[in-house]
Design a protein around this ligand. Structure first.
Ligand SMILES: O=c1ccn([C@@H]2O[C@H](COP(=O)(O)O)[C@@H](O)[C@H]2O)c(=O)[nH]1
Length: 274
C-alpha cells in the first residue's frame, strides 16, 4: 500500500494544499434555508462533496456534526467519506480520538482499516493519554497506508494551558512533535504522521521540522490569515495544509459558488513554502 505521505504529496502537487472542512453546523443549515434534520444534513454535506471533492486535495469532515444525528447521521458521514474519495479527494476525518491502547486499537479498526465502512485516508488523534497510547493507530497507518494527524498546538485559545506546559524535555507540544519527527524519519517525500498546528496560535519556539504534514485549522473563520501561515510555520510551511470550514461553506448552497470559494482558498495558499 502506498504510504499516506506519498499519496498526500501527489495530491498536493496535482490539486494544491487547501483543505475544505465539511462541517454541517446547525447555523449553516439554517443559512442555506435547510431544516435541522438528517435529510438536510445529507443534502448539505453531499452538495459540498459535489462542489469541492473533485477539485481540492483534502476534505475534512468533522465527525461531531454527523454524530449529533445518531446512526443516520453517521450513515451520511459514510457517504461523505466514500463519495469524496470517489471524486479524487483524500479524506481526513476529524474525530480526535485517543484512549488506552486496547481501545485505540478499536479506533484504528474503525477509521483506518479499509474494510471498515468509516475508513478514511487519515484521522485526527489526541495524544493526551500519552503518545504511546496511539501505537495501534500508528501500526494501522503502516499496515494500510493511512495517515494520522496528532494534536500539538491547536487553534483554540484554551490549548496553551496544556500544550505549552513544560514536560521532561521541553513543552508537551514539543514532545508530541518529537514523536512525530521520529515516526517520519527517512520518509520521502514526506511522512504520514502529521501534527495539528493552528493558524491562530501565538508565536512559539517549537521545532516544526518533523518531515511530516501539518493540518492547519483556524484559517478563515477563526481569524487565521496567510500572513499567520508564514509567521507560524516559516520554512516548515512546505507541508502545511490550511483548512477552512465555515468560511467556504457560507458560499453555499450554490455548487458553483462553493467550488469557486474552494478554488479561491487554494489560490491564496498556492505559493506557501514553495
Ligand atoms: O485545533 C483545532 C483542531 C481542529 N479544529 C477543527 O477544524 C474545524 C475548523 O472550522 P472553521 O469553521 O474553519 O473554524 C472544525 O471542524 C474544528 O473542530 C479546529 O478548529 N482547531
Amino acid at each position: 500500500m502506498t504510504p499516506f505521505g506519498t499519496r498526500l504529496a501527489r495530491a498536493v502537487d496535482q490539486r494544491g494544499r487547501f483543505c475544505v472542512g465539511i462541517d454541517p453546523h446547525a447555523a449553516l443549515l439554517q443559512e442555506w434555508g435547510l431544516s435541522d434534520d438528517v435529510a438536510s444534513l445529507e443534502r448539505f454535506a453531499l452538495t459540498v462533496v459535489e462542489a469541492v471533492a473533485p477539485v481540492v486535495s483534502v476534505v475534512k469532515p468533522q465527525s461531531a456534526f454527523y454524530e449529533r444525528f445518531g446512526s443516520r447521521g453517521v450513515a451520511v458521514l459514510e457517504r461523505v467519506v466514500a463519495e469524496s474519495r470517489d471524486a479524487g479527494a483524500l479524506v481526513l476525518l476529524d474525530v480526535k480520538r485517543g484512549d488506552i491502547g486496547s481501545t485505540s486499537q478499536a479506533y484504528a479498526d474503525a477509521y483506518l482499516d479499509p474494510s471498515s465502512p468509516l475508513a478514511a485516508d487519515a484521522i485526527t488523534a489526541s495524544p493526551f493519554l500519552g503518545f504511546g497510547s496511539l501505537d495501534p493507530m500508528v501500526e494501522a497507518c503502516h499496515e494500510h497506508g493511512a495517515g494520522l494527524f496528532v494534536l500539538a498546538l491547536t487553534s483554540n485559545k484554551e490549548g496553551p494551558e496544556v500544550q505549552r506546559a513544560r514536560a521532561e524535555h521541553g513543552t508537551v507540544a514539543g514532545t508530541v512533535l518529537a514523536h512525530l519527527r521520529a515516526l517520519n524519519a527517512g520518509a520521502d517525500p514526506v511522512g504520514s504522521f502529521g501534527a495539528v498546528v493552528g493558524a491562530t496560535i501565538a508565536d512559539h519556539d517549537e521545532d516544526l521540522d518533523i518531515n511530516g504534514p501539518f493540518l492547519v485549522p483556524g484559517y478563515g473563520a477563526q481569524g487565521g490569515t496567510t500572513d499567520d501561515l508564514a509567521r507560524v510555520f516559516g520554512a516548515a510551511a512546505r507541508w502545511a495544509l490550511p483548512s477552512s470550514s465555515r468560511e467556504v461553506l457560507r458560499a453555499g448552497p450554490d455548487v458553483t459558488a462553493l467550488r469557486d470559494a474552494a478554488l479561491r482558498g487554494n489560490d491564496a495558499v498556492r505559493s506557501l513554502g514553495a
